[in-house]
Design a protein around this ligand. Structure first.
Ligand SMILES: Nc1nc2c(c(=O)[nH]1)N[C@H]1C(S)=C(S)[C@@H](COP(=O)(O)OP(=O)(O)OC[C@H]3O[C@@H](n4cnc5c(=O)[nH]c(N)nc54)[C@H](O)[C@@H]3O)O[C@H]1N2
Ligand SMILES: Nc1nc2c(c(=O)[nH]1)N[C@H]1C(S)=C(S)[C@@H](COP(=O)(O)OP(=O)(O)OC[C@H]3O[C@@H](n4cnc5c(=O)[nH]c(N)nc54)[C@H](O)[C@@H]3O)O[C@H]1N2
Ligand code: SF4
Ligand SMILES: [Mo]
Length: 848
């Protein structure tokens, strides 16, 4: 049967119709509404049960339970044992049901029959067997091996589980490629740059129970960010105990509840943060316990005054006086108020009340994905150090980990061809002069996913012949997506491993339909929130309805078998080393491999014989862990870092970052240029020593103010399961829960004063133009966005995905507008992060 895109849709519709009919035919899931396990069977049918799993609708990675009745998933709640979410999910958790039963899911492997590739060009997919799909994949790998060009295999990852260590971490090395490219840099790497001041490369956790002042900055924890159910539950507590202030150009969900909303001009956050620090210092409100004091106790922080380092006795921090002299002495609230377009008195009030609450306070800052975001994030985090809130009760911390065991090593099985191939340069140009891409402070250790499209097109450092992507749709999620359309057209052979057709799938030669992580696959994930870490299971809760497979494990196994048949046995030997930790048995098929890998990874969590001194949850064996689904760590213990030292070069919290200086020095030396030159080519303003301290950098904008007068800011919808829920009807029917947005619509939010000037009325279609291109979108007049700024929720504008996400799926006509299409391809180059926040896109707006 030839399956064109149109007939594929029709085929899906038929199956989907049957499914939906099936859903309505069964009894209502009344038992699922009860908090206790069901005891009575509704109308003599299956009483149903809650099965533990993990939601990955965002980076919170909530332990959840799915209620299954008559073989169907009917309700989702937080895992009642979870300390991260206290048994609750956010609104997105419920969309899992619509994801599972989405009639537009891909139901079988498919191969392309139309050699022509491009956006909206029908690939003319035909269904094939897994056997044929994996055979073709293996042939492609054998060809690369034969030609000694295994480095030309590229594996890109979006979301993932712990088992990404197998598929993303080890498999490319077994094949012989250095090119395992994660999505981290289109995600949130800038945030981690801020925490470099304390030598930590990761996200924070917050002690909301004991907090008295919270500054929510460039994020919206009640709607997005990294612990939503906990933030929703605990925000009231902070508000009762003290105050919440939100700094964001738009009135986000948290701002709608907070005591203060400061609508800063985009990318001027560094100015406000510097002014808060200035105020705190001038008024003697810094933490004497954490930071130290003047030797004679006399405060010399006076506006404009240069201070001698000899006069200050620093304790657990490093470089306070240098920071003041280089960046803060003139950065007073009056200056910042002008720069950021906000009220001076508000800056002073926030500074004062924040410092008064210290150390029971925190700056909760978001990723700040703007071209100079590194320094903005550093300046925000410096405040957490200045008042001693970091690693302190009522403040913030690095959070807890959760137990996990190691996977068997691939190294013993890697052959010389693969070992040589894996030594090549990575495709993303990390570590080149203009891409320092530092993970932590090591240049070239970060990833620059969005630049892979440019590198593929330029064949620099080389061309890519075989690409695979899973859990990812970078043609939609990456800025200036047309680059990705061109790049994926150029790649001769591409495999997409996804449960849904997407913008990226247009370019696939083979599509491998994926088991959904949250309901059909075997794995574990680890995360943290509410001062506890957790390891949480993902296991099948329903029988698979379609011919889908788990990508990270089952596909690895199937490929290994095929490669073995073709004379390359090493991979099969490697996967067979994943023995069942309970019985010692070797896996004999892909499903056993998936289960054993899950047991291996979580052994420390469930095996009473392992990890004996662990003070967190101790399930009694594998079955008990499966039933409970989660192991919570003990509670975070504060001030250990105060006692033991931070992981920076100086072991102190660095206001003058010797750690960043080390990284920048290494990068400059490698390229035989000065650090100033590095700053220049990476688009930062700092020169000299300023590069090593938190400071304000003015907004870097694409497009002149005269031609493109508006600043675009971008945020996630509270219904975005990252990029994956737009084909769910609930996404659209509840859209007004995104402040300012409208049900069933996709809008750009515009302040009424700007709209009046342009003659635009609520609901008018407008044409928005950046230096990259134009889009048409509906205008929504809304006071919750500051004049001069326009805000657009990320998530809609799909021309693929399915019949709900697209306006016309068969004709590839989008529903709404994906602003990534007009956001210039730009970066915070120190981290390699893709810029999308902070008004880096200048916009012109006209009535359409
Ligand atoms: N609902 C939802 N939550 C999610 C996800 C999701 O898809 N949906 N995804 C998860 C993932 S993968 C990640 S990485 C995290 C990311 O978490 P966040 O980055 O915290 O999420 P965003 O909604 O993108 O937040 C951007 C915020 O910055 C504001 N903003 C933009 N420019 C500026 C500026 O110049 N200054 C200031 N002060 N504010 C600015 C926007 O208005 C918005 O409130 O979220 C996770 N949580
Ligand atoms: N303008 C703008 N752009 C953004 C953002 C933004 O806020 N604004 N957010 C950015 C951020 S923070 C991130 S993390 C990225 C995310 O962007 P990507 O890394 O590209 O990931 P998604 O778009 O979430 O994933 C898309 C694909 O995953 C597939 N999928 C869904 N469930 C599963 C599953 O269980 N298994 C497998 N194998 N596949 C599955 C779906 O079919 C879908 O096509 O987007 C970034 N892009
Ligand atoms: S979407 Fe995120 S916060 Fe919501 S339930 Fe899922 S993992 Fe938790
Ligand atoms: Mo992300």
């Amino acid at each position: 049967m030839r399956l064109t895109r149109r007939s594929f849709i029709q085929a899906s519709a038929a199956t989907g119709g049957a499914l939906l009919a099936g859903c309505t035919a069964v009894k209502p899931a009344t038992n699922a509404m009860s908090n206790t396990a069901a005891t009575t069977k509704p109308r003599g049918e299956d009483a149903g049960k809650w099965i533990a799993n993990t939601c990955q609708g965002c980076t919170t990675w909530c332990p959840i339970e799915i209620f299954v009745q008559n073989g169907r998933a009917v309700k989702v709640r937080g895992n009642q044992l979870s300390k991260a979410n206290s048994g609750y999910v956010c609104p997105r958790g419920h969309l899992i049901l619509q994801q599972i039963y989405d009639p537009d899911r891909i139901k079988t492997p498919m191969k392309r029959t139309n050699p022509q590739k491009g956006r909206g060009i029908d690939p003319k997919f035909v269904p094939i067997s897994w056997d044929e799909a994996m055979d073709t994949f293996a042939d492609k790998i054998m060809e690369l091996r034969k030609n000694n060009e295994t480095n030309k295999f590229l594996l890109m990852r979006g979301r993932y589980s712990d088992h990404n260590s197998i598929f993303y971490g080890d498999l490319p090395k077994m094949i012989g490629s250095p090119n395992n490219i994660s999505h981290s840099s289109i995600c949130a790497e800038v945030e981690k740059m801020g925490r470099m001041l304390e030598g930590y490369w990761g996200y924070a956790d917050y002690d909301l129970d004991n907090m008295k002042y919270l500054i929510v900055w460039a994020c919206d924890p009640m709607s997005s960010n990294r612990q939503i159910p906990n933030a929703i539950r605990k925000i009231n507590k902070v508000m009762e105990n003290g105050k919440v202030a939100v700094i964001d150009p738009r009135m986000n969900n948290t701002a709608a509840k907070a005591h203060e909303w400061m609508p800063v001009k985009p990318s001027t956050d560094g100015a406000v943060a510097s002014a808060l620090a200035h105020y705190i210092l001038v008024n003697g409100m810094w933490s004497k316990e954490f930071v130290g004091d003047f030797k004679d106790g006399k405060n010399r922080f006076v506006k404009g005054a240069t201070i001698s380092e000899d006069d200050f006795d620093e304790k657990l921090t490093h470089g306070l006086v240098k920071w003041w002299n280089l960046a803060l002495k003139d950065s007073d609230p009056a200056w910042a108020a002008k720069e950021a377009g906000v009220d001076q008195a508000q800056i002073e009030r926030i500074a004062k009340e924040f410092a008064q609450a210290a150390p029971q306070c925190a700056v909760w800052f978001g990723p700040n994905m703007q071209p100079r975001g590194t320094y903005a994030a550093m300046t925000m985090h410096a405040l957490n150090g200045l008042v001693g809130a970091t690693d302190s009760e009522g403040g913030l911390c690095t959070g807890m980990g959760a137990p996990s065991s190691s996977y068997p090593k691939y190294n013993d099985f890697q052959d010389p061809v693969a070992a040589a191939g894996a030594k090549n340069k990575k495709i993303d140009q990390r570590g080149t002069l203009t891409f320092p891409a530092m993970a932590s402070h090591k240049p070239g250790s970060g990833v620059v996913l969005n630049n892979v499209a440019n590198a593929i097109l330029a064949e620099d450092p080389y061309d890519i012949k075989v690409a695979l992507s899973y859990f990812q749709n970078v043609n939609f999620s990456g800025t200036e997506g047309a680059r990705w359309d061109k790049a994926m057209t150029k790649v001769p052979f591409f495999i997409h491993c996804v449960p849904m057709f997407s913008e990226m799938t247009y370019f696939a030669d083979i599509v491998l339909p994926s088991a959904l992580h949250h309901s059909e696959d075997w794995t574990v994930v680890r995360s943290k929130a509410n001062l506890h870490g957790h390891i949480s299971i993902q296991q099948p809760v329903i029988d698979r309805m379609f011919d889908v497979k788990g990508i990270e494990t089952e596909v690895t196994w199937l490929l290994a078998e095929k490669l073995n048949d073709k004379g390359f046995p090493n991979m099969l030997q490697w996967v067979k080393s994943y023995k069942d930790p309970e019985t010692g048995k070797e896996p004999t098929n892909s499903m056993e491999f998936a289960i054993y890998a899950t047991k291996i990874r979580s052994q420390k969590a469930w095996d009473p014989a392992e990890n004996k001194d662990y003070k967190g949850d101790r399930p009694n064996g594998w079955e008990d862990f499966r039933a409970k689904g989660v192991v919570n760590s003990p509670k975070f213990i504060f001030r250990k870092k105060w006692a033991d030292g931070f992981k920076t070069e100086t072991k102190k919290f660095e206001f003058y970052s010797e750690t960043l200086k080390k990284g920048l020095t290494a990068h400059a030396e490698k390229h035989k240029v000065s650090i100033d030159k590095v700053m220049e080519v990476t688009n930062y303003e700092a020169r000299g020593e300023l590069a090593f301290v938190p400071h304000y950098e003015s907004p870097k904008r694409n497009g002149s103010r005269s031609d493109y007068p508006f600043d675009l800011i971008d945020m996630k919808s509270r219904f975005n399961r990252e990029g994956r829920s737009a084909n769910n009807t609930w996404y659209h029917s509840f859209k007004q829960c995104d402040p300012g947005d409208v049900n069933e619509q996709d809008v750009i939010q515009l302040n009424p004063t700007d709209a009046a000037r342009l003659g635009i009325k609520d609901g008018d279609m407008v044409k928005v133009t950046s230096i990259v291109g134009s889009l048409k979108v509906k205008a929504r007049l809304w006071e919750g966005v500051r004049p001069g700024v326009v805000a657009k929720c990320y998530g809609q504008g799909h021309h693929a995905m399915g019949r709900v996400a697209a306006k016309d799926f068969a004709k590839a006509i989008p529903r709404g507008a994906n602003f990534n299409e007009i956001m210039p391809d730009d970066y915070d180059r120190l981290s390699g992060s893709t810029a999308r926040n902070g008004g880096h896109t200048g916009l012109k707006i006209e009535k359409a």
